[in-house]
Design a protein around this ligand. Structure first.
Ligand SMILES: CC(C)(COP(=O)(O)OP(=O)(O)OC[C@H]1O[C@@H](n2cnc3c(N)ncnc32)[C@H](O)[C@@H]1OP(=O)(O)O)[C@@H](O)C(=O)NCCC(=O)NCCS
Length: 160
């Protein structure tokens, strides 16, 4: 861990993030490697919540949420710079995303072979609710996970 990390690490919501910084992170994940600058810029423009973790000026973590702020919320693209992993940043990004949500539950999906991420999600309260066979480009399966947030009416918890 860089010696200054604990004092300089900050989290912010930033849709106007420089997409070049995001691509540097995306290069590190097989599922995001092929993404282009234009795609990342456009994706950020249409994303409801974009959460960033910074070490000073350097983007070291990212996660985003697509939501209607009433019924539905899904977290996507959680990623932490390899040099900064296993220091609690992924967990903190999830907390930052969830703290801005007003829906009674939140969902995300993860590859069945991504043991580290599955462990993280289970640790912070996500439960497996389904498996989508062949969901990813390379036909790998996705585990769909959900977390109830003790927020809002219970009728929404059982909607379609
Ligand atoms: C998954 C990822 C975001 C985790 O970020 P992180 O900052 O390293 O995670 P944290 O330090 O907050 O870890 C919290 C918990 O998750 C689990 N965990 C995280 N990474 C793990 C790994 N590689 N192996 C096993 N468990 C892991 C641990 O239980 C850990 O708790 P502990 O430290 O008390 O044991 C990060 O590994 C990453 O960016 N991976 C590549 C991108 C990716 O696959 N994202 C998920 C898309 S669905």
């Amino acid at each position: 861990m860089p010696p200054t990390l604990k004092t300089t690490l900050t989290f912010s919501e930033k849709k106007a993030l420089d997409p070049q910084q995001l691509l540097r992170l995306f290069q590190q994940a097989p599922w995001a490697k092929g993404r282009t600058l234009d795609e990342a810029r456009e994706m950020l423009r249409h994303t409801d919540l974009a959460l960033c973790a910074w070490d000073g000026e350097q983007l070291v973590g990212f996660g985003r949420v697509l939501t209607d702020f009433v019924y539905r919320a899904t977290i996507w693209d959680v990623i932490v710079d390899q040099a900064y992993q296993k220091q609690g940043i992924g967990r903190a990004l999830l907390t930052e995303c969830e703290s801005r949500l007003t829906t009674p539950r939140v969902r995300l999906c993860v590859r069945t072979d991504n043991g580290g991420a599955i462990r993280l999600y289970e640790q912070v309260g996500y439960e497996r609710i389904d498996v989508w066979r062949g969901y990813y480009k390379d036909k790998a399966d996705a585990i769909i996970m959900e977390k109830a947030r003790n927020h809002g009416g219970t009728s929404q918890l059982h909607g379609g």
